[in-house]
Design a binder for this molecule. Structure first.
Ligand SMILES: [Zn+2]
Ligand SMILES: [Zn+2]
Length: 373
C-alpha cells in the first residue's frame, strides 16, 4: 500500500494527529492544543501536497516497495474481497482491517488513520453527516440509560465496555424520488332514516379517481451487509439530512468508518416498490368519508430516482454473553442523540428479584390465610 492511500491528518502547527471534534465541528490537536477549521486543514494539506510534488518528483524508494509492487497488480475488485493490510503512516506498524473498514486507529501508536483508497472512485461518498455528539456526552447518556434498566449484567456497562463505545460512520444510500401516479377505487355510502313506520335506505356508489405527482427526499437505506440483520443502525433513525455536507475525509479522523458493500442496483427494485407504496398511501389518505372503499387500483410511475452514497454517525457498543451468540447492543444517533438498544438480562439478578417477590406473595398468603382462619 502506498502511503498516500493511508492517511493521518496532521496538525499544521506541530505535526501531531488531528481529531474531529463534534462539539465545535473543528479539528483538534491533542499534542499542542491547537484547533483548526476544515478550510485551514484543507489549505495546509494542499500546500503540503504541492511542496511534495515540486520537491520530490520521483517517489523515494522505501522498505515497503515490495508490497507496493504486488498492489500494482491487484484491481479494486479483488482488493475489496480481501482483509486489508495497511501500514501506519506514523509508526509503520501493520494495520489489519475488515474488508469494509475505511477509517480506524493504529493499534500500536493509536493515531487515527483514514484508508483513502477505500473512499475514492466509486466509493467516494457524496455526503457526510458529521458527528454532533461528542464522546463524553455519549458515554454519560449510555450510563444514564443503562442505569434506568434493571437486570442488566454489570459486564455490559463496566469500564472496559465504555472504552469500547465507538463513534462509527456507517454507509447508507440516501434516495430521492419523483413519482407521477393515479389511484382509482369504488366507494359506497349508506344513509338510513325513518319516517313514520317506514325505514328508508339510500345507497350511493362512487367512482373515485386520484392523481398527481409526489416527491420524496432522503429515504435512508442501509448499505452494509453485516448490518442487515441487526436493527441497531435502523432503530436510531431518523437523521436530519439537511445538515449533511459534501464529503471530506477529515471528518473521519478519530472515528471508525465502514465502507459500503451493498450496491444500489441490488436494492433498487425494493426501493422503487417502497416509494410506490408511499405514494399510494398519500393518495389513499385523501379518500375519506365513505362507508366502504373497495377495488383499489394504483399505477405509480417513477419519473426520477437519485441515490447518494452517504456516511452517517452512530455511537455504538456491542456485547456478547459468554456461551451465547446473541449480539446485544446500545446505539445512539451521533447527530440527534436518539437511543436504541437490545440489552442482555442478568438471569441471576432476575431470579433474586423473582424469589423475593415469591416470598413476599407467600408471606402475604400466609398472613391472609391466618387472618381468615
Ligand atoms: Zn499540534
Ligand atoms: Zn501507528
Amino acid at each position: 500500500m502506498s502511503e498516500s492511500q493511508v492517511l493521518t491528518h496532521k496538525c499544521p502547527n506541530c505535526g501531531g494527529p488531528l481529531l474531529f471534534e463534534p462539539k465545535n465541528q473543528k479539528f483538534h490537536c491533542e499534542y499542542c492544543g491547537s484547533t483548526f477549521t476544515e478550510q485551514e486543514v484543507s489549505d495546509f494539506e494542499a500546500k503540503q501536497e504541492a511542496a511534495k510534488v515540486t520537491d520530490d518528483p520521483t517517489p523515494f524508494p522505501t522498505e515497503h516497495d515490495k508490497t507496493n509492487q504486488t498492489d500494482d497488480f491487484s484491481t479494486d475488485e479483488t482488493a475489496d474481497e480481501e482483509i486489508g493490510l495497511f501500514l501506519c503512516p506514523s509508526c509503520g506498524a501493520e494495520i489489519v482491517t475488515d474488508a469494509t473498514t475505511a477509517s480506524t486507529w493504529c493499534y500500536y501508536c493509536h493515531n487515527p488513520v483514514v484508508l483513502t483508497e477505500r473512499l475514492s472512485g466509486k466509493f467516494l461518498p457524496e455526503k457526510i453527516l458529521p458527528f454532533q455528539i461528542e464522546r463524553k456526552a455519549a458515554e454519560e447518556q449510555f450510563l444514564d440509560w443503562v442505569g434506568k434498566k434493571k437486570f442488566v449484567p454489570k459486564a455490559f456497562f463496566d469500564k472496559k465496555q465504555i472504552q469500547n463505545l465507538s463513534g462509527v460512520y456507517f454507509p447508507y444510500w440516501a434516495v430521492d424520488a419523483e413519482l407521477s401516479g393515479r389511484i382509482s377505487a369504488q366507494a359506497t355510502n349508506l344513509r338510513v332514516w325513518i319516517v313514520g313506520d317506514t325505514e328508508y335506505t339510500e345507497h350511493s356508489q362512487y367512482e373515485i379517481q386520484r392523481g398527481g405527482d409526489t416527491a420524496f427526499k432522503d429515504l435512508i437505506k442501509n448499505a452494509l451487509k453485516k448490518n442487515l440483520s441487526d436493527k441497531m443502525v435502523g432503530a436510531v433513525q431518523p437523521f436530519d439530512m439537511t445538515a449533511a455536507i459534501p464529503f471530506k475525509n477529515q471528518y473521519l479522523s478519530g472515528f471508525l468508518t465502514e465502507k459500503r458493500d451493498i450496491e444500489f442496483p441490488d436494492m433498487k427494485e425494493n426501493v422503487e416498490r417502497e416509494f410506490r407504496q408511499y405514494a399510494d398511501g398519500l393518495m389513499e389518505s385523501t379518500i375519506v368519508g365513505y362507508t366502504s372503499v373497495s377495488n383499489l387500483q394504483s399505477n405509480q410511475q417513477i419519473k426520477s430516482l437519485d441515490e447518494d452514497y452517504v456516511l452517517l454517525p452512530i455511537w455504538l457498543v456491542t456485547y456478547k454473553e459468554a456461551g451465547n451468540d446473541r449480539l446485544f447492543y446500545y446505539a445512539m444517533n451521533g447527530q440527534t442523540g436518539k437511543v436504541a438498544g437490545l440489552l442482555p438480562i442478568d438471569k441471576k439478578k432476575l431470579w433474586t428479584v423473582a424469589i423475593v417477590i415469591f416470598m413476599l406473595v407467600l408471606l402475604l398468603g400466609i398472613i391472609v390465610g391466618y387472618l381468615l382462619s
